[in-house]
Each structure stands twice: as structure tokens, then as C-alpha cells.
Write a protein that binds this ligand. Sequence first.
Ligand SMILES: [Cu+2]
Length: 65
Amino acid sequence: MKLSIPDMSCGHCRATVEKTIAALDPTAKVAVDLGSRTALVTSGAPAEAVLAALKAEGYPASPAD
Ligand SMILES: [Cu+2]
């Protein structure tokens, strides 16, 4: 899934986003693009769970395409 994460602006944000998704699904693959503030997430976890976890960490996300 591709996510738009508008509040992700620096390396720290990127690390938080990666850590949050890894905590949810250790096997997930996350490719962050800070330039477009998007992340390509490959995970078996439901999209709603990923979105909820990111929101809880202060990075509200929405599906992007
Ligand atoms: Cu940051």
C-alpha cells in the first residue's frame, strides 16, 4: 500500500514511521520517500491497523496512489 504522510518531514519522522510499522508487523517492508512524504508499505497487516498505529504516533496517514 502507498501512504501519504503529510507530517513526515525529516529523518526522525521517517525513523518513527518505520519503527511504528515494524512494531505492528516485523516482516513489513517500508520504503519512505521524504520528498513526496509518502511511504510504500508491504505488509500483511490490514491497512486500517497501519493507519491507526501511525495516527497514534502522531503521523496521520491516508492511502495514496
Ligand atoms: Cu521529523
